[in-house]
Design a protein around this ligand. Structure first.
Ligand code: URA
Ligand code: CA
Length: 433
């Protein structure tokens, strides 16, 4: 087989065979096919698209390019949740212990944050002693015993995707639905999930800025999952403004604790109940979504969800007592209110820009090597649709430096107050095929 023939075939809009896709992925991973040929193919795919069969083949070829995690030693149906990334997205911190409290096994592999989006591991590391450097055996034992554990991303997972994603990044071929969908799904499948709940974000803070793009991506991922035998569904949720109030690592841990007690922000709580219900049903622990939702609310109300969070933290070296005394979380030196300049209704809180403001404080990384400050961040005091009087705080900045002028300026630029506005709809669509 010659790579040039594969490229020409796709350039001419023809469907590649399973063998041709396998040849490309194997050859590229092994360093036998050069970057320039794979970039030509990626560009051909960008323009010519891929059929459902090609997308499933590409996904599975990337899954099999490296290590895969075998979770078969864990009893029950392993349901993974994946978010396409947002600002102040505290859902994983809440969902993991919440569904585990209903005996749904949560065997989660997580990563660190980059840019304006935060990472689950960074947030968890705001808890003294907590670590994700556990062996695979410990990971599996913990999930079997207590139903929840988080492990850091393995270095050998989907090497083909790593190489291809980096190449796409510099060849103008990131923004292709078949390539994004197979990239994301290959990582989920390699991580061992039996079933997958996708939270596809839409809006300013999201990878997909419009509903149409988000829906296309969601359909593509759901079809890949179902075609390769992993039951998959997607919720399209709003990321025009940040989720909840807290943006920043320790602040989000506190917000997760509140939410696990049933005292969290309305939007975060609702999203967690929607995604959690889907997970519980896919894991066959409830007969339908309504029953699942009631069960989730019950473990929030009776303290089981919070107790599960505490066990989870203790199991991985963390200080579980922060659940009862959140003042033990890293605290910022300065709390600075940013008051509204005029009265009205908050009409816009541009999610990605607010995420960047939090990053400027040190809550996130601009480059992979940056150290983050776990204590700092931004607490929204108003959400879109809320009334505000001049002088009332729009946000509170949690900082470890006194001069936050640049951050304040960014906040004023990106939180708008008008005569009237309505809260955005949180759940846009649910996609099951
Ligand atoms: N995230 C991924 O993991 N892959 C893509 O291609 C795009 C976003
Ligand atoms: Ca939040």
């Amino acid at each position: 087989m010659r790579m040039v023939d594969v490229i020409s075939k796709k350039r001419d809009g023809k469907e590649l065979t399973t063998e041709e896709i396998q040849f490309v992925v194997d050859g590229y991973t092994a360093g036998k096919i050069p970057d320039y040929q794979v970039s030509a193919l990626a560009m051909a795919i960008f323009f010519q698209d891929m059929t459902d069969r090609e997308r499933a083949d590409l996904t599975m070829a990337m899954v099999n390019s490296g290590e895969t995690i075998d979770l078969s030693a864990i009893e029950g149906i392993k349901v993974d949740k994946h978010s396409t990334g947002g600002v102040g997205d505290t859902t994983t911190l809440v969902l993991a212990p919440l569904v585990a409290a209903l005996d749904v096994p949560v065997a989660k592999m997580s990563g660190r944050g980059l840019g304006h989006t935060g990472g689950t591991i960074d947030k968890l590391e705001a808890i003294e002693g907590f670590h994700v450097e556990i062996t695979k055996e410990q990971f599996i034992d913990l999930v079997n015993r207590d139903k929840v554990a988080v492990i850091g991303q393995s270095g050998n997972l989907t090497p083909a995707d790593k190489k291809l994603y980096a190449l796409r990044d510099v060849t103008g071929t990131v923004n292709s639905i078949p390539l994004i969908a197979s990239s994301i799904m290959s990582k989920k499948i390699a991580a061992g999930a039996d079933a997958i709940v996708l939270d596809v974000k839409t809006g300013a803070g999201a990878f997909m800025k419009t509903d149409k793009d988000a829906e296309n991506l969601a359909h593509a991922m759901v079809r890949i999952g179902n075609n390769v035998g992993r039951q998959t569904m997607a919720v399209i949720s709003d990321m025009s403004q940040p989720l909840g109030f807290a943006i920043g690592n320790a602040l989000e841990v506190q917000e997760a604790i509140d939410t696990l007690k049933g005292e969290g922000p309305e939007d975060l709580t609702e999203l967690v109940l929607i995604l959690g219900s889907q997970m519980v049903v896919l894991a066959k622990k409830a007969k339908d979504l309504d029953e699942a939702r009631e069960m989730l609310k019950e473990v929030m109300a009776n303290g089981k969800a919070l107790a599960k969070f505490k066990d989870f933290l203790n199991n991985q070296g963390g200080d579980g007592s922060i659940v009862d005394d959140p003042s033990k979380l890293p605290q910022a030196k300065f709390k600075i209110d940013v008051p509204a300049k005029e009265s009205g209704v908050v009409s816009e809180i541009v999610a990605d820009e607010i995420g960047i403001a939090a990053m400027l404080l040190g809550a996130g990384r601009a480059t992979k090597e940056d150290e983050i400050d776990l204590a700092v961040g931004i607490m929204l005091r108003k959400k879109v649709g809320d009334k505000v009087a001049a002088g009332e705080p729009l946000v509170t900045i949690y900082a470890n430096k006194e001069d936050v002028k640049a951050v304040e300026a960014k906040i004023y630029e990106n939180i708008r107050v008008s005569d009237k506005a309505e809260a955005p709809k949180l759940i846009h669509t649910i996609i099951t095929e």
